[in-house]
Design a protein around this ligand. Structure first.
Ligand code: FES
Ligand SMILES: [Fe+2]
Length: 405
């Protein structure tokens, strides 16, 4: 496909409508997505419970970039670029593991680094070689309420608002004292924006997710959900649960601050958690003395989304890989003291979001296949897709803004 004139594509966008084909199919626009949006924002790399000891690491990717998130000898979390300083090989493959002898050793010529990225061993180098100048490059990393965030930005967006929003959402849900119970990776043959837009709207929930729709009031159009949402707020107040909503993308492009959103929504009457039978599946977390029959959705930046119930949590990591390939990692959290098989049943815990994610993979891939058609013309968003519309507006504003940061 010909590379697109970005400014013209942005100019031609019809407000309130889906994006045109090039935004989902042109590799040149994907490069702009990387430079102007994805590499500028923070993204969630996972939960701190997956790095209990020094040497434990995660490998997280974004486009063609790859980062090692590792716990160093002092117990601190570091983010190091997964690119050897010799001739550039990836140091680690796979998604997680433990560094042997507290070293990160390149599989190519065995340059070996410590857990802070300092080069310790490089054989047969000339006398003039300075090891100190060949440390692995590091990225900023922040752990907030147990969630690990990193960014490729040289001048990272301010995380003050994100920190406060997470304290009032993940914090209330006890995520700093949670543990990872399961993770699942979905490979989606679609552009990342189709996957994120799909996550942002629940217009599709009733037709595509009968299991979700039966349990979550959010699947209903606003005029049908008002009374049920009010009941949910009353239940939360009665239990002293306070999680204020923050408007999606309230922090717009042009503000040097990471975007945040928090939204609570009720579960249906008698539903305590997102399970097959509606009963709780694990011990209650955080500030919850009982289930208040609500769910909490929160988002940080463009590709990190979270969903909390009183007894478990779900991290959604969207991982754009190329113009037509996105990975979606789903991580389930429970109370850190909960024991698999005793306090919770893994199959019951993961049932709803495994089912829903498999459905989403299918519909998003169908969406991409249709959008690839030369006959596709962007249609208008419904009233129940306002967040997807806001996401697209925000995306276009980010792309239109001068690159940098
Ligand atoms: S590329 Fe890593 S040691 Fe040569
Ligand atoms: Fe969905």
């Amino acid at each position: 496909m010909q590379s697109t004139d970005l400014a013209a594509a942005i100019r031609n966008h019809r407000p309130g409508h889906a994006l045109s084909r090039d935004f989902y199919a042109d590799p040149a626009i994907f490069e702009h997505d990387m430079e102007r949006m994805l590499l500028r924002h923070w993204f969630c790399a996972g939960h701190i419970s997956s790095l209990p000891r020094s040497g434990d690491y995660l490998v997280v990717d974004l486009g063609e970039e790859s980062v090692i998130i590792v716990r160093n000898a002092d117990g601190e979390v570091r983010a190091l670029l997964n690119v050897c300083r010799h001739r550039g090989s990836r140091l680690l493959a796979g998604r997680a593991g433990k560094a042997q002898s507290a070293r990160l050793t390149c599989p190519y010529h065995a340059w070996s680094y410590d857990l802070d990225g300092y080069l310790l061993v490089a054989r047969q180098m000339p006398d003039t070689f300075q090891r100190a100048s060949a440390s692995l490059k590091s990225l900023p990393v922040r752990v907030m309420q147990g969630l690990i965030f990193t960014t490729f930005a040289k001048n990272p967006l301010d995380l003050g608002a994100a920190e406060r929003a997470l304290a009032n959402s993940a914090g209330v849900h006890g995520w700093a004292a949670a543990k990872e119970a399961h993770r699942e990776l979905y490979s989606i043959k679609a552009n990342w924006k189709l996957a994120v837009e799909n996550y942002m709207e629940c217009y599709h929930c009733t037709p595509a997710h009968p299991e979700f729709a039966k349990r979550h009031v959010y699947a209903r159009p606003p005029e049908q959900s008002e009374a049920l949402e009010r009941d949910g707020r009353t239940r939360a107040e009665a239990l002293g649960i306070v999680i204020p909503d923050i408007d999606r993308y309230g922090l717009r492009s042009g503000v040097h601050s990471e975007s945040v959103a928090v939204m609570r929504s009720a579960l249906h009457e008698g539903v305590a958690s997102a399970t097959d039978d509606g009963r709780s599946v694990a011990r209650l977390m955080g500030a919850f003395p009982a289930s208040d029959g609500n769910s909490t959705y929160f988002d940080i930046g463009p590709v990190s989304d979270f969903l909390a119930y009183p007894d478990h949590g779900v991290i959604y990591r969207f991982i754009p890989r190329s113009v037509d390939h996105t990975e979606m990692e789903v991580i389930w959290l429970v109370h850190q003291d909960a024991v698999d098989g005793e306090d919770y049943d893994l199959e019951r815990l993961t049932w709803l979001w495994k089912t829903t994610s498999a459905e989403d993979k299918k519909i998003v891939e169908m969406n991409q296949a249709g959008v690839n058609s030369r006959f596709y013309a962007p249609g208008p968003y419904s009233l129940q897709e306002s967040y997807a519309g806001q996401f697209v507006d925000w995306y276009l504003a980010e792309l239109a803004a001068p690159a940098g940061g």
